[in-house]
Design a protein around this ligand. Structure first.
Ligand code: ADP
Ligand code: MG
Length: 683
């Protein structure tokens, strides 16, 4: 059977080469493309009962003319006709502007259908379209498609043309989805859906059509991602790491705690990936405090114990130093050498680290952006880890990767994006999720207090300090002025130190030198100070398990994910932890955010709410998101459908005959149209 995409427009009755040329201008070049040209909205000409109408509704009414029209003129060309009509036995006024020619046709007793804007107060319809019984009734009583127009092509021409094209070829519209999927998910055929979308018969039918097209859209999107992934994986020969699993087990046993089941599963994903000759490209996501670091450490250990080098890049010096301290402790008993490289590493230290990297003496390097400086060379970089990966740009991550010959890649993020969206947003990465907190953690209790209750907050902090715990106090955020934020921090620090005179109150903000920052952080984490007053610089990654109170001033100025990140600094040990949100939230969305924070500790739930409150565009940031504009699918409403489509697409691409069998030719054709399959590998 010939494809509709090879069939000339002129094969539709009533279309000549002139009309075909006009349609070409709209990128409609054949019958297939014409039928795919779907309306962007509908005009509803169904007749509605008067009682249902709201003021300013657009309405179509069945009416009988009751009086002759009276004409008013104003200006040279302008006219207004009004007459009384009877609808459902009631008298209403119908008004026409600048349709003087209608006057002689408004004969009492005539029935007609009028469409226009309803004015409830006046019981009056301002008519835009009038249909007398003599006119060919194509509109009244129906829902009419509205197509985007260009050039000479008119709406009524396109409507008639579609009707004709559907009559001739509607049932020949080819199916794209495999039979098994259609049957399994009870979808209607592509042909039925397209016909329905051009000529809707009912709301239910139209929803079924939309659902079917949304599924197709999501399925093809997922198919592309997964095919691309399989394709990239096959072609990116990496290094098959060799290490002794027994040694890795010994390392795991040496850790101060035992892994959660979720951590064990992710570790097993990682070790398998590392041993595999293809390049690993895996995203590890897990809620704040779920224990990602240790999982990365195990992968790093495996690679280093097998003779490869590892680079771990983190966004802040504070975090780099913290990780270096922890990892050095864990690795030292096994004779694995780890070094820290940041912007404040002294020249002399730096020289010796760089030399050690080239000779292979330094096995693990932890640091900030300092890692991607051009003079940093590795002898055999085999694994690259980025913590808080959303903080880095694509280019920075690529620069680190290029320091080795096809190293394996592990990226970690605490931004808890629901899994499906993560896969969409991160394209060709495999995703592992830690969906469980370490045992013994008590859920953080979150309270929202007004600013006039600050003395209660202070009393509460004092009580926790007396019990030997520590507290963070996050300063009010002043938008777009780091300088003022810093001043706030300084003032608040002075105030708190005065009130809590018997305790040590430390200060941390972005304008302090690295050395001072480190000192403040170090003092807090070793419990030399008891309270840490800080701007949001503690937001990422910081881990002080003895801290149990997180007070956030002006919490209404922070976004949901930032609040969740901040709150995640506590609740990291065995003690009950608290988050106190201080705010007189005025706006409704600010209140909504604080309520979400009170209601749940679950980062996935929070990010779902965040997505709901902000919409996907803002949520993911503009261009970076990698999320396509879907025509039929809606990210929130079709969330489940995306998951189903993802599973099906995964099953499909895993079939060995997907790339060869005739059954999948249609799908392969669609994939081949995507430029990403012509040779470029996306990041
Ligand atoms: P995040 O996922 O936010 O990066 P971390 O890796 O910093 O979390 O871990 C948070 C805290 O939980 C750390 O103090 C860490 O040592 C501890 N931790 C991690 N895994 C476990 C576990 N299985 N049992 C107990 N504590 C754990
Ligand atoms: Mg972390």
């Amino acid at each position: 059977m010939i494809s509709l995409y090879d069939l000339a427009l002129t094969s539709i009755h009533g279309i000549g080469s002139k009309k075909a040329a006009e349609l070409n201008e709209m990128n409609i070049r054949n019958v297939g493309e014409l039928l795919d040209y779907l309306p962007y909205r509908y005009d509803d000409y169904r007749i509605r009962p008067l009682a249902e109408l709201q003021d300013a509704d657009k309405a179509t009414l069945q009416a009988t003319i009751a009086t002759v029209g009276s004409v008013q003129r104003f200006g040279r060309m302008k006219t207004r006709i009004s007459c009384k009509v009877i609808v459902e036995g009631k008298w209403i006024t119908a008004v026409w502007f600048n349709q003087h020619f209608l006057k002689d046709r408004l004969i009492p007793g005539t029935e007609f259908v009028i469409t226009g804007r309803w004015d409830a107060k006046r019981s009056q319809l301002t008519v835009s379209e009038t249909e007398f019984p003599s006119s060919r009734q194509i509109k009244s009583g129906s829902v009419q498609p509205v197509y985007a127009l260009q050039g000479e092509v008119t709406q009524s021409f396109l409507r008639k043309l579609m009707l004709q094209a559907l009559a001739q070829y509607g049932t020949d519209i080819a199916e794209r989805l495999p039979d098994e999927i259609i049957r399994k998910h009870g979808l209607i055929s592509r042909s039925q859906a397209i016909i329905q979308l051009h000529q809707p018969s009912s709301e239910e039918e139209m929803e079924r059509a939309r659902h079917r097209m949304a599924f197709e859209e999501l399925f093809i999107f997922q198919l592309k991602l997964q095919a691309l992934r399989a394709w990239t994986r096959d072609r990116t020969e990496g290094i098959a790491q060799t290490f002794d699993r027994e040694e890795v087990r010994a390392f795991v046993r040496s850790l101060p705690f035992s892994l959660t089941d979720a951590q064990k599963m992710v570790v097993s994903d990682l070790l398998n990936d590392l041993e595999h000759p293809a390049c690993m490209n895996r995203l590890l996501q897990g809620d704040v405090g779920s224990g990602k670091t240790v999982v990365a450490a195990i992968a790093m250990f495996a690679v280093a114990s097998g003779g490869g080098q590892v680079a771990m890049m983190v966004p802040t010096e504070i975090l780099a130093e913290q990780h270096a301290r922890t990892l050095k402790d864990w690795f030292a008993p096994f004779g694995i050498t780890a070094e820290l490289l940041t912007g404040r590493t002294t020249t002399k230290q730096r020289q010796s680290i760089l030399a050690g990297l080239q000779s292979g003496m330094v096995q693990i390097l932890i640091g900030t952006h300092a890692l991607i400086q051009p003079d940093v060379y590795f002898q055999k970089l085999a694994l690259v880890v980025t913590d808080e990966q959303h903080r880095f740009g694509v280019e920075q991550r690529a620069m680190l990767r290029r320091k080795g010959p096809r190293p394996d890649v592990l990226a970690m993020t605490a931004t808890p994006i629901p899994r499906t969206l993560a896969i969409s947003a991160f394209g060709d990465m495999d995703v592992s999720t830690i969906n469980e907190m370490p045992k013994g953690r008590k859920p953080i209790q979150t309270h929202w207090v007004r600013k006039n209750k600050l003395d209660q907050v202070m009393a509460f902090i004092r009580k926790q300090l007396e019990e030997g715990r520590q507290a963070y106090v996050i300063c009010p955020l002043i938008e777009e002025s780091e300088k003022l934020d810093v001043q706030n921090a300084i003032d608040l620090h002075a105030q708190l130190q005065a009130e809590l005179a018997e305790y040590e109150v430390a200060l941390l903000h972005g304008r302090m030198t690295s050395a001072l920052k480190d000192e403040a952080m170090q003092a807090f984490s070793s419990h030399q100070s008891h309270v840490l007053v800080s701007t949001t610089v503690v937001e990422v990654g910081v881990n002080v398990p003895n801290a149990t109170v997180m007070v956030i001033y002006d919490a209404d100025r922070f976004g949901l994910s930032q609040l969740h990140q901040l709150r995640g600094r506590v609740g990291r040990g065995e003690h009950q932890s608290y988050c106190v949100l201080v705010a007189d939230a005025k706006s409704e969305t600010a209140q909504a955010r604080l309520k979400v924070m009170k209601a749940t500790n679950d980062g996935f739930e929070i990010s779902r709410k965040d997505l709901e409150l902000r919409g996907p565009g803002d949520f993911f940031g503009t261009k970076q998101s990698g999320l396509p504009d879907f025509r039929f699918a809606d990210f929130l409403a079709d969330f489940q459908l995306m998951e189903v489509a993802r599973e099906e697409a995964g099953r499909m691409t895993a079939q060995p005959d997907f790339w060869t069998a005739y059954t999948y030719q249609n799908l392969r054709d669609l994939l081949q149209k995507d430029e990403r399959f012509t040779g470029i590998i996306v990041d």
